[in-house]
Design a protein around this ligand. Structure first.
Ligand code: SF4
Length: 410
Protein backbone atom coordinates (compact mmCIF):
# COMPACT_ATOMS: atom_id res chain seq x y z
CA UNK A 1 0.00 0.00 0.00
CA UNK A 2 1.21 3.50 -0.82
CA UNK A 3 1.42 5.81 2.18
CA UNK A 4 0.18 9.19 0.99
CA UNK A 5 1.59 12.46 2.23
CA UNK A 6 -1.00 14.26 4.30
CA UNK A 7 -1.89 17.71 2.93
CA UNK A 8 -4.56 20.27 3.67
CA UNK A 9 -7.90 19.57 2.07
CA UNK A 10 -9.71 21.91 -0.28
CA UNK A 11 -13.10 21.41 -1.86
CA UNK A 12 -13.58 21.91 -5.59
CA UNK A 13 -17.33 21.84 -5.81
CA UNK A 14 -18.20 18.49 -4.27
CA UNK A 15 -14.79 16.96 -5.01
CA UNK A 16 -12.27 16.88 -2.16
CA UNK A 17 -8.63 17.45 -3.07
CA UNK A 18 -5.93 16.68 -0.51
CA UNK A 19 -6.22 15.65 3.09
CA UNK A 20 -6.21 11.97 2.18
CA UNK A 21 -9.04 12.20 -0.37
CA UNK A 22 -8.70 9.92 -3.41
CA UNK A 23 -6.44 11.38 -6.09
CA UNK A 24 -8.71 13.38 -8.41
CA UNK A 25 -8.35 13.16 -12.19
CA UNK A 26 -8.39 16.42 -14.10
CA UNK A 27 -8.40 17.37 -17.73
CA UNK A 28 -8.90 20.50 -19.76
CA UNK A 29 -11.20 21.25 -22.66
CA UNK A 30 -9.64 22.06 -26.02
CA UNK A 31 -12.70 23.89 -27.35
CA UNK A 32 -13.28 27.63 -27.45
CA UNK A 33 -15.02 28.13 -24.13
CA UNK A 34 -17.46 30.62 -25.64
CA UNK A 35 -18.69 27.80 -27.89
CA UNK A 36 -21.03 26.50 -25.21
CA UNK A 37 -22.35 23.46 -27.06
CA UNK A 38 -18.91 22.18 -28.06
CA UNK A 39 -17.48 22.85 -24.60
CA UNK A 40 -20.34 21.14 -22.77
CA UNK A 41 -20.13 18.17 -25.15
CA UNK A 42 -16.43 17.77 -24.40
CA UNK A 43 -16.93 18.19 -20.64
CA UNK A 44 -19.57 15.45 -20.73
CA UNK A 45 -17.29 13.17 -22.72
CA UNK A 46 -14.49 13.72 -20.21
CA UNK A 47 -16.83 13.13 -17.27
CA UNK A 48 -18.14 9.93 -18.88
CA UNK A 49 -14.53 8.73 -19.21
CA UNK A 50 -14.03 9.24 -15.46
CA UNK A 51 -12.73 12.80 -15.19
CA UNK A 52 -13.47 14.33 -11.78
CA UNK A 53 -12.64 17.97 -12.54
CA UNK A 54 -12.52 19.89 -15.83
CA UNK A 55 -10.64 23.11 -16.49
CA UNK A 56 -11.69 25.58 -19.15
CA UNK A 57 -9.73 28.56 -20.34
CA UNK A 58 -11.27 32.03 -20.18
CA UNK A 59 -9.07 34.41 -22.18
CA UNK A 60 -11.92 36.74 -23.23
CA UNK A 61 -15.04 38.22 -21.73
CA UNK A 62 -17.18 36.18 -24.10
CA UNK A 63 -15.65 33.07 -22.47
CA UNK A 64 -16.61 34.08 -18.93
CA UNK A 65 -20.02 35.09 -20.26
CA UNK A 66 -20.47 31.51 -21.46
CA UNK A 67 -19.66 30.05 -18.04
CA UNK A 68 -23.18 30.16 -16.50
CA UNK A 69 -24.59 28.09 -19.38
CA UNK A 70 -21.66 25.67 -19.18
CA UNK A 71 -21.94 25.32 -15.42
CA UNK A 72 -25.66 24.65 -15.69
CA UNK A 73 -24.98 21.65 -17.92
CA UNK A 74 -21.72 20.30 -16.51
CA UNK A 75 -21.82 17.03 -14.54
CA UNK A 76 -18.48 17.85 -12.83
CA UNK A 77 -16.95 20.89 -11.09
CA UNK A 78 -15.38 23.45 -13.42
CA UNK A 79 -12.09 25.28 -12.96
CA UNK A 80 -11.45 28.58 -14.74
CA UNK A 81 -7.94 28.98 -16.14
CA UNK A 82 -6.96 32.63 -15.93
CA UNK A 83 -3.91 34.32 -17.37
CA UNK A 84 -3.11 38.04 -17.44
CA UNK A 85 -6.59 39.48 -16.89
CA UNK A 86 -7.73 39.57 -13.29
CA UNK A 87 -11.18 40.68 -14.46
CA UNK A 88 -11.65 37.25 -16.07
CA UNK A 89 -11.03 35.68 -12.67
CA UNK A 90 -13.59 37.97 -11.01
CA UNK A 91 -16.12 37.24 -13.76
CA UNK A 92 -15.50 33.50 -13.46
CA UNK A 93 -16.00 33.64 -9.70
CA UNK A 94 -19.20 35.59 -10.20
CA UNK A 95 -20.37 33.02 -12.77
CA UNK A 96 -20.04 30.28 -10.14
CA UNK A 97 -16.97 28.27 -11.13
CA UNK A 98 -15.57 25.93 -8.49
CA UNK A 99 -11.89 26.86 -8.57
CA UNK A 100 -9.55 29.39 -10.18
CA UNK A 101 -6.16 28.60 -11.68
CA UNK A 102 -4.05 31.69 -11.43
CA UNK A 103 -0.42 32.65 -11.80
CA UNK A 104 0.15 35.84 -9.76
CA UNK A 105 3.25 36.51 -11.84
CA UNK A 106 1.09 36.88 -14.96
CA UNK A 107 -1.11 39.50 -13.34
CA UNK A 108 1.61 41.64 -11.89
CA UNK A 109 -0.50 44.19 -10.01
CA UNK A 110 -0.65 43.05 -6.41
CA UNK A 111 -3.93 44.82 -5.70
CA UNK A 112 -5.57 42.98 -8.56
CA UNK A 113 -4.38 39.65 -7.18
CA UNK A 114 -5.72 40.64 -3.76
CA UNK A 115 -9.13 41.35 -5.29
CA UNK A 116 -9.25 37.88 -6.84
CA UNK A 117 -8.27 36.30 -3.54
CA UNK A 118 -10.99 38.26 -1.74
CA UNK A 119 -13.60 37.17 -4.28
CA UNK A 120 -12.58 33.52 -3.92
CA UNK A 121 -12.66 33.73 -0.15
CA UNK A 122 -16.16 35.16 -0.24
CA UNK A 123 -17.34 32.20 -2.34
CA UNK A 124 -15.21 29.58 -0.59
CA UNK A 125 -13.27 28.77 -3.76
CA UNK A 126 -9.76 27.36 -3.86
CA UNK A 127 -7.06 28.77 -6.13
CA UNK A 128 -4.34 26.80 -7.88
CA UNK A 129 -1.06 28.60 -8.01
CA UNK A 130 1.49 27.23 -10.38
CA UNK A 131 4.94 27.78 -11.76
CA UNK A 132 6.25 26.50 -15.05
CA UNK A 133 9.88 25.81 -15.81
CA UNK A 134 9.79 28.43 -18.56
CA UNK A 135 8.54 31.25 -16.35
CA UNK A 136 10.80 31.16 -13.30
CA UNK A 137 13.87 32.96 -14.62
CA UNK A 138 13.73 36.72 -13.97
CA UNK A 139 12.77 38.75 -17.04
CA UNK A 140 12.81 42.35 -15.84
CA UNK A 141 15.68 42.77 -13.37
CA UNK A 142 18.75 42.32 -15.58
CA UNK A 143 21.21 41.93 -12.71
CA UNK A 144 19.11 39.23 -11.08
CA UNK A 145 18.58 37.49 -14.41
CA UNK A 146 22.33 37.39 -15.03
CA UNK A 147 22.93 35.86 -11.59
CA UNK A 148 20.27 33.21 -12.15
CA UNK A 149 21.63 32.37 -15.60
CA UNK A 150 25.13 32.01 -14.18
CA UNK A 151 23.89 29.64 -11.47
CA UNK A 152 21.88 27.68 -14.03
CA UNK A 153 24.98 27.27 -16.19
CA UNK A 154 26.83 25.61 -13.28
CA UNK A 155 24.07 23.31 -12.04
CA UNK A 156 21.06 23.52 -14.36
CA UNK A 157 18.68 21.00 -12.82
CA UNK A 158 19.28 21.74 -9.16
CA UNK A 159 19.15 25.50 -9.75
CA UNK A 160 15.99 25.28 -11.84
CA UNK A 161 14.21 23.28 -9.15
CA UNK A 162 15.39 25.78 -6.54
CA UNK A 163 14.06 28.67 -8.61
CA UNK A 164 10.69 26.95 -9.10
CA UNK A 165 10.26 26.34 -5.40
CA UNK A 166 11.38 29.87 -4.50
CA UNK A 167 8.99 31.39 -7.02
CA UNK A 168 6.14 29.39 -5.51
CA UNK A 169 7.16 30.53 -2.04
CA UNK A 170 7.09 34.16 -3.28
CA UNK A 171 3.59 33.67 -4.63
CA UNK A 172 2.45 32.03 -1.43
CA UNK A 173 3.46 35.08 0.60
CA UNK A 174 0.70 36.96 -1.17
CA UNK A 175 -1.86 34.38 -0.11
CA UNK A 176 -0.53 34.20 3.43
CA UNK A 177 -0.72 37.97 3.78
CA UNK A 178 -4.34 37.68 2.72
CA UNK A 179 -4.81 34.87 5.26
CA UNK A 180 -6.01 32.67 2.40
CA UNK A 181 -5.09 29.00 2.67
CA UNK A 182 -7.27 27.16 0.15
CA UNK A 183 -4.39 26.91 -2.27
CA UNK A 184 -3.33 24.05 -4.53
CA UNK A 185 0.23 24.08 -5.87
CA UNK A 186 1.78 22.96 -9.12
CA UNK A 187 5.28 23.11 -10.61
CA UNK A 188 5.47 21.90 -14.18
CA UNK A 189 8.27 21.18 -16.58
CA UNK A 190 8.67 19.29 -19.83
CA UNK A 191 11.40 17.24 -18.11
CA UNK A 192 10.19 14.30 -16.01
CA UNK A 193 13.21 14.38 -13.70
CA UNK A 194 12.73 18.09 -12.95
CA UNK A 195 9.05 17.48 -12.23
CA UNK A 196 9.97 14.70 -9.80
CA UNK A 197 12.57 16.77 -7.98
CA UNK A 198 10.43 19.91 -7.88
CA UNK A 199 7.40 18.16 -6.39
CA UNK A 200 9.52 16.29 -3.88
CA UNK A 201 10.93 19.63 -2.72
CA UNK A 202 7.49 21.24 -2.61
CA UNK A 203 5.97 18.34 -0.68
CA UNK A 204 8.81 18.64 1.81
CA UNK A 205 8.33 22.36 2.31
CA UNK A 206 4.55 22.97 2.10
CA UNK A 207 1.51 21.14 3.41
CA UNK A 208 -0.77 22.30 0.61
CA UNK A 209 -2.44 19.87 -1.81
CA UNK A 210 -0.46 19.25 -5.00
CA UNK A 211 -1.66 19.20 -8.59
CA UNK A 212 0.73 16.96 -10.54
CA UNK A 213 1.47 17.36 -14.21
CA UNK A 214 4.02 17.91 -16.93
CA UNK A 215 3.76 20.79 -19.33
CA UNK A 216 3.85 20.44 -23.11
CA UNK A 217 4.31 16.68 -22.89
CA UNK A 218 3.43 16.23 -26.58
CA UNK A 219 1.23 13.61 -28.23
CA UNK A 220 0.31 10.43 -26.33
CA UNK A 221 2.95 8.41 -28.21
CA UNK A 222 5.75 10.36 -26.53
CA UNK A 223 4.03 12.25 -23.74
CA UNK A 224 2.60 9.11 -22.17
CA UNK A 225 5.94 7.65 -21.12
CA UNK A 226 7.25 10.98 -19.87
CA UNK A 227 4.10 11.67 -17.89
CA UNK A 228 3.80 8.21 -16.36
CA UNK A 229 7.49 8.19 -15.41
CA UNK A 230 7.11 11.47 -13.50
CA UNK A 231 3.62 11.15 -12.08
CA UNK A 232 3.94 7.43 -11.36
CA UNK A 233 7.14 8.00 -9.39
CA UNK A 234 5.61 10.80 -7.33
CA UNK A 235 2.33 9.01 -6.71
CA UNK A 236 4.19 5.88 -5.63
CA UNK A 237 6.01 8.06 -3.09
CA UNK A 238 2.67 9.29 -1.78
CA UNK A 239 2.98 12.73 -3.39
CA UNK A 240 0.06 14.24 -5.33
CA UNK A 241 -3.59 14.97 -4.68
CA UNK A 242 -4.89 15.63 -8.18
CA UNK A 243 -3.31 14.84 -11.55
CA UNK A 244 -3.57 15.99 -15.10
CA UNK A 245 -1.82 14.11 -17.85
CA UNK A 246 -1.74 16.55 -20.76
CA UNK A 247 -1.49 15.52 -24.40
CA UNK A 248 -1.60 17.23 -27.76
CA UNK A 249 -4.64 15.09 -28.60
CA UNK A 250 -8.27 14.48 -27.68
CA UNK A 251 -8.26 15.13 -23.90
CA UNK A 252 -10.26 11.97 -23.27
CA UNK A 253 -6.93 10.11 -23.67
CA UNK A 254 -5.59 12.12 -20.75
CA UNK A 255 -8.38 10.82 -18.55
CA UNK A 256 -8.05 7.21 -19.70
CA UNK A 257 -4.32 7.18 -18.98
CA UNK A 258 -4.62 9.03 -15.67
CA UNK A 259 -7.20 6.52 -14.47
CA UNK A 260 -5.11 3.56 -15.59
CA UNK A 261 -2.13 4.99 -13.75
CA UNK A 262 -4.16 5.35 -10.55
CA UNK A 263 -5.58 1.85 -10.96
CA UNK A 264 -2.11 0.42 -11.48
CA UNK A 265 -0.91 1.98 -8.23
CA UNK A 266 -4.12 0.95 -6.43
CA UNK A 267 -4.89 4.59 -5.73
CA UNK A 268 -8.29 4.42 -7.35
CA UNK A 269 -10.84 1.67 -7.32
CA UNK A 270 -11.53 0.27 -10.75
CA UNK A 271 -15.11 0.67 -11.92
CA UNK A 272 -14.78 -0.60 -15.46
CA UNK A 273 -13.52 -3.84 -17.03
CA UNK A 274 -9.87 -4.78 -16.67
CA UNK A 275 -8.26 -6.55 -19.59
CA UNK A 276 -5.29 -8.87 -19.25
CA UNK A 277 -3.78 -10.02 -22.54
CA UNK A 278 -0.68 -11.93 -23.46
CA UNK A 279 1.87 -10.16 -25.66
CA UNK A 280 1.75 -13.08 -28.14
CA UNK A 281 4.75 -15.10 -29.26
CA UNK A 282 5.70 -17.87 -31.65
CA UNK A 283 3.13 -20.19 -30.06
CA UNK A 284 0.23 -18.06 -31.28
CA UNK A 285 -2.20 -19.71 -33.71
CA UNK A 286 -5.02 -17.15 -33.93
CA UNK A 287 -5.20 -13.42 -34.66
CA UNK A 288 -4.95 -12.51 -30.99
CA UNK A 289 -3.94 -8.87 -31.44
CA UNK A 290 -7.17 -8.12 -33.26
CA UNK A 291 -9.20 -10.14 -30.75
CA UNK A 292 -7.69 -8.15 -27.86
CA UNK A 293 -8.45 -4.81 -29.54
CA UNK A 294 -12.04 -5.87 -30.27
CA UNK A 295 -12.59 -7.23 -26.75
CA UNK A 296 -11.22 -4.03 -25.21
CA UNK A 297 -13.50 -1.80 -27.26
CA UNK A 298 -16.62 -3.92 -26.78
CA UNK A 299 -16.08 -4.28 -23.04
CA UNK A 300 -15.63 -0.50 -22.71
CA UNK A 301 -18.85 0.07 -24.64
CA UNK A 302 -21.00 -2.62 -23.05
CA UNK A 303 -19.88 -3.64 -19.57
CA UNK A 304 -19.93 -1.16 -16.70
CA UNK A 305 -18.49 -3.40 -13.99
CA UNK A 306 -14.84 -4.01 -13.00
CA UNK A 307 -14.90 -7.49 -14.50
CA UNK A 308 -11.43 -8.96 -15.06
CA UNK A 309 -11.08 -10.53 -18.49
CA UNK A 310 -8.05 -12.43 -19.76
CA UNK A 311 -7.31 -13.06 -23.43
CA UNK A 312 -4.42 -15.48 -23.78
CA UNK A 313 -2.70 -16.89 -26.82
CA UNK A 314 -2.31 -20.43 -25.52
CA UNK A 315 -2.69 -22.64 -22.47
CA UNK A 316 1.04 -23.02 -21.90
CA UNK A 317 1.68 -19.94 -19.80
CA UNK A 318 -1.79 -18.49 -19.85
CA UNK A 319 -3.39 -20.02 -16.76
CA UNK A 320 -0.84 -18.82 -14.26
CA UNK A 321 -0.72 -15.36 -15.80
CA UNK A 322 -4.40 -14.67 -15.47
CA UNK A 323 -5.27 -16.13 -12.12
CA UNK A 324 -8.10 -14.17 -10.66
CA UNK A 325 -9.70 -13.36 -14.02
CA UNK A 326 -13.48 -13.60 -14.02
CA UNK A 327 -13.66 -14.59 -17.65
CA UNK A 328 -10.73 -16.01 -19.61
CA UNK A 329 -10.15 -17.37 -23.07
CA UNK A 330 -7.16 -19.48 -24.05
CA UNK A 331 -6.63 -19.76 -27.77
CA UNK A 332 -5.18 -22.67 -29.68
CA UNK A 333 -5.15 -23.67 -33.32
CA UNK A 334 -8.23 -21.92 -34.67
CA UNK A 335 -10.09 -22.41 -31.38
CA UNK A 336 -10.46 -21.01 -27.90
CA UNK A 337 -11.47 -22.45 -24.52
CA UNK A 338 -13.51 -20.09 -22.36
CA UNK A 339 -13.53 -20.21 -18.56
CA UNK A 340 -15.84 -18.28 -16.24
CA UNK A 341 -14.54 -17.98 -12.70
CA UNK A 342 -12.56 -21.17 -13.01
CA UNK A 343 -15.25 -23.25 -14.70
CA UNK A 344 -14.68 -24.39 -18.28
CA UNK A 345 -17.73 -23.21 -20.21
CA UNK A 346 -17.18 -23.80 -23.90
CA UNK A 347 -14.74 -24.37 -26.73
CA UNK A 348 -15.42 -22.18 -29.74
CA UNK A 349 -13.98 -21.72 -33.20
CA UNK A 350 -11.82 -18.64 -33.86
CA UNK A 351 -14.58 -16.78 -35.70
CA UNK A 352 -16.84 -17.11 -32.63
CA UNK A 353 -14.30 -16.26 -29.94
CA UNK A 354 -15.16 -12.56 -29.67
CA UNK A 355 -18.91 -12.98 -29.47
CA UNK A 356 -18.79 -16.03 -27.19
CA UNK A 357 -16.39 -14.30 -24.80
CA UNK A 358 -18.52 -11.17 -24.70
CA UNK A 359 -21.63 -13.22 -24.13
CA UNK A 360 -20.04 -14.89 -21.12
CA UNK A 361 -19.00 -11.44 -19.83
CA UNK A 362 -22.53 -10.08 -20.26
CA UNK A 363 -24.04 -13.11 -18.53
CA UNK A 364 -21.64 -12.86 -15.59
CA UNK A 365 -22.22 -9.10 -15.33
CA UNK A 366 -25.97 -9.75 -15.28
CA UNK A 367 -25.60 -12.32 -12.51
CA UNK A 368 -23.41 -9.91 -10.52
CA UNK A 369 -25.98 -7.14 -10.90
CA UNK A 370 -28.73 -9.51 -9.71
CA UNK A 371 -26.61 -10.46 -6.70
CA UNK A 372 -26.17 -14.05 -7.92
CA UNK A 373 -22.39 -13.83 -8.40
CA UNK A 374 -19.44 -11.81 -7.15
CA UNK A 375 -16.54 -10.52 -9.21
CA UNK A 376 -13.13 -11.87 -8.30
CA UNK A 377 -14.82 -14.65 -6.37
CA UNK A 378 -12.81 -17.49 -7.81
CA UNK A 379 -9.28 -17.75 -9.09
CA UNK A 380 -8.94 -19.21 -12.53
CA UNK A 381 -7.60 -22.64 -11.72
CA UNK A 382 -7.18 -24.06 -15.17
CA UNK A 383 -5.76 -27.42 -16.08
CA UNK A 384 -7.38 -28.23 -19.41
CA UNK A 385 -7.95 -31.93 -19.83
CA UNK A 386 -7.75 -31.52 -23.58
CA UNK A 387 -5.18 -28.83 -24.42
CA UNK A 388 -5.64 -27.69 -27.97
CA UNK A 389 -3.08 -29.26 -30.32
CA UNK A 390 -0.71 -27.28 -32.49
CA UNK A 391 -0.88 -27.31 -36.28
CA UNK A 392 1.42 -30.35 -36.40
CA UNK A 393 -0.78 -32.24 -33.98
CA UNK A 394 1.58 -31.98 -30.99
CA UNK A 395 0.31 -30.81 -27.62
CA UNK A 396 1.56 -27.41 -26.42
CA UNK A 397 2.53 -28.98 -23.10
CA UNK A 398 5.81 -30.71 -22.44
CA UNK A 399 5.28 -34.41 -21.76
CA UNK A 400 6.85 -36.28 -18.91
CA UNK A 401 6.33 -36.87 -15.21
CA UNK A 402 8.04 -33.62 -14.16
CA UNK A 403 5.67 -31.31 -16.01
CA UNK A 404 2.13 -30.22 -15.30
CA UNK A 405 -0.42 -29.01 -17.79
CA UNK A 406 0.70 -25.41 -17.36
CA UNK A 407 4.04 -26.29 -18.89
CA UNK A 408 5.80 -25.55 -15.62
CA UNK A 409 8.28 -27.95 -14.09
CA UNK A 410 6.89 -29.46 -10.93
S1 SF4 B 1 0.21 -17.00 -23.45
FE1 SF4 B 1 1.09 -18.44 -24.97
S2 SF4 B 1 0.99 -17.29 -26.92
FE2 SF4 B 1 0.74 -15.78 -25.28
S3 SF4 B 1 2.84 -15.04 -24.92
FE3 SF4 B 1 2.41 -16.66 -23.43
S4 SF4 B 1 3.26 -18.52 -24.39
FE4 SF4 B 1 3.03 -16.97 -26.04
Amino acid sequence: MIHRERTRRVMVGDVAVGGGAPVAVQSMTSTYTHDVDATVAQIRKLAAAGCDLVRVTVPDKRDTEALPAILDQSPVPIIADVHYHFQRALEAVEAGVHKIRLNPGNIGDRQQVDRVIAACRERGLPIRVGVNEGSVVERIDKQRRAEQKAALAVNPQQELVRLMVEKLADYLHIFEENNFHDVVLSAKSIDATIVIEAYRAIAERFDLPLHLGLTHAGPPETGRIRSIAALGTLLAEGIGDTIRISYAADPVHEVEDAKELLHSLKLRERTEPELIACPTCGRIEVDLIRLVADVRQKLADEVKLPIKVAVMGCVVNGPGECEGADVAIFAGRGKGIIYVQGVQKQTVSEDRMLEALLQECRELAGRVERGEAKLGATDVAIAPSNPLPRADGSLPVPAGPKSNLHGRQT
